[in-house]
Design a protein around this ligand. Sequence first.
Ligand code: SF4
Ligand code: SF4
Length: 355
Amino acid sequence: MARVYLIPARADDPEEEIARKIRHLWERASLGECFLPNDLTAVKLHVGEPGKTTFVSPGVVTPLVRLLKERGARPFLTDSAVLYRSPRDTGAGHTAVAHEHGFTLERVGAPFLPADGLTGADEVEMETCGKHFDTASIAAAVARASSLLVLTHATGHLATGFGGALKNIGMGCSSKKGKLRQHFGRQPDIDGVICTGCEACAADCPEEAIGVDRVAVIDSAKCIGCGACVAACLEGAVRFDWEVGGAELQERVVEYAGPIVAGRRGRLACVTVAMNITKDCDCLGSPQHPVCDDIGILASRDPVAIDQVFLDLVRERTGTSLESLTYPDHDGSVQTAYAEELGLGERGASLILIE
Ligand code: SF4
Ligand code: SF4
């Protein structure tokens, strides 16, 4: 049976106290065994959208980086470019936000490296399995890393009801094309007011589906919804309906998590911060209030178990589900059930409380 470890903590704990608890948690959960000397270890985190204040702080990341270095690993912080208009929609902007939010080499001890490069197009196609995909477009730095530390801020989520470790891996480690494919691979549209006619999208379109006559126009008969034009356009003129959600989106996210988890058995560890549990994820660029009291910090080698335990703990603490506190139309447990079905982990876990 999978094991999930919990050390109680509060967001307002002093930084030294958080560091002490993380070391204790790391040792009890034997997370160090996942990392070997000279590993290029990707620490997948979310540096927070500008305006957001409740993302996982550098004070949590710093002790984790220190512990990885004590194993002889060479950690780097990483995240992938977002699809929506944001400074985080390019590698350069994402790095700037990371630094503004304190994720600097000096502060944390590891550099921030955009996982899918400058424009969100550096990717590796990896085989996956399930109902929706045969391959997944994974951000190159994650695909090529020796080992992976999945550092997650557990929250509600607009499109899935719950954002935990599986979503951090599946959606968070995919390239822009991968994100678009998960959001149902719909054909994008061009905003003719914003488009400058630069032709960058046409040059990258594998189907020659874009013609440019002052502004770009997509031939819907040719477009396969691959998303390459989304990454190519630096003006934000390529638009798409990405807020499609529900059970099928959760399944797609899980199928993207599949090759990353399956390819790193014993070389992947999860740390989930269950503090400042907000209605929306850290992509929402405004301050938010928690919907539940702080629980603490969880650790496991099983992303399915850690997500399920988090959902169970919220229910235990509040008497209701996370989704009923955030987005009642969603059932966030679809992702843990489907991930278990695909063999990515177990929902039934023993919870070990560390005092
Ligand atoms: S989504 Fe892909 S196929 Fe469609 S226009 Fe964009 S680049 Fe071309
Ligand atoms: S890359 Fe963007 S701005 Fe350039 S032609 Fe395509 S849609 Fe227009």
